[in-house]
Write a protein that binds this ligand. Structure first.
Ligand code: PEP
Length: 232
């Protein structure tokens, strides 16, 4: 199981360090893979059970890319995990499938553990599962499926809204993504402590990507324990 926490633009460097100390103590003996994604300014060289990944980076060693970071900056923290294709970057920062595929190629070639986020809008979900799958397939079209990576299925309408698809709807999509890609598939979108048992117990769920509910280390640690308990 993979339990990943996306801090988005929350927490400082000091706050992330305190968080890591608390989380590490709680999950030390976990059998799950535990990774947090703080803002770039809060990246840490953390050696322990918990891994620290980056929410974003530019596909470059270094260079003239104002406001971005590249491999050189990530190496300073031995960062090896990256989120690619998060819907907030697709929607707000206008990242397109072609650029997402460029990032994907660059970071997989540089031995990063990529969590590739895909997910549909509410409009598409309302058209039914077949349309959702068509859309997800299109998001994967430019992605080299022979590479080693993890998919996070995150319906856009479930992110930060407190609304989730039904358990059946989640598992059905995860199952199809498994079959299509042969990769581990996480679910993301309003995962909280209160719904994590049901979601993590789904037969096709390999873990969760958690936004808001990952900000409290003890709650996040409890999700890790739940993942250990339901381990398939
Ligand atoms: C996310 O940011 O990837 C996410 C799933 O957010 P939330 O858990 O807050 O819906």
């Amino acid at each position: 199981m993979i339990i990943a926490g996306n801090f988005k633009s929350f927490k400082t460097r000091e706050g992330t360090k305190e968080y890591l100390e608390k989380l590490e103590a709680e999950v030390l003996n976990s059998s799950s893979e535990v990774v947090i994604f703080p803002p770039s300014t809060a990246l840490q060289s953390w050696k322990g059970k918990v891994s620290v990944g980056t929410q974003n980076a530019y596909p470059t060693e270094n260079g003239a890319f104002t406001g971005e970071i590249g491999l050189e900056q990530l190496e300073e923290f031995q960062t090896k995990y990256i989120l690619i294709g998060h819907s907030e970057r697709r929607e707000i920062l206008k990242e397109r499938d072609k650029f997402i595929a460029e990032k994907f190629d660059f970071f997989t070639e540089n031995s990063f553990k990529v969590i590739l986020c895909i997910g549909e809008s509410l409009e598409i979900r309302r058209e039914g599962e077949e349309k959702v799958l068509e859309f997800l397939n299109r998001q994967l079209e430019k992605i080299d499926l022979s590479k080693d990576f993890v998919i996070a299925y995150e319906p856009i309408w479930a992110i930060g809204t407190g609304i989730t698809p039904t358990l059946q709807e989640i598992d059905s999509i995860l199952e199809k993504l498994h079959k299509l890609s042969g990769k581990k598939v996480l679910y993301g979108g309003s995962v909280k402590l209160s719904n994590s048992v049901e979601i993590l117990s789904l037969p096709n769920c390999d873990g969760v990507l958690v936004g808001g509910a990952s900000l409290e280390p003890l709650d996040f640690a409890k999700m890790v324990s739940i993942a250990d308990e339901v381990q398939k």
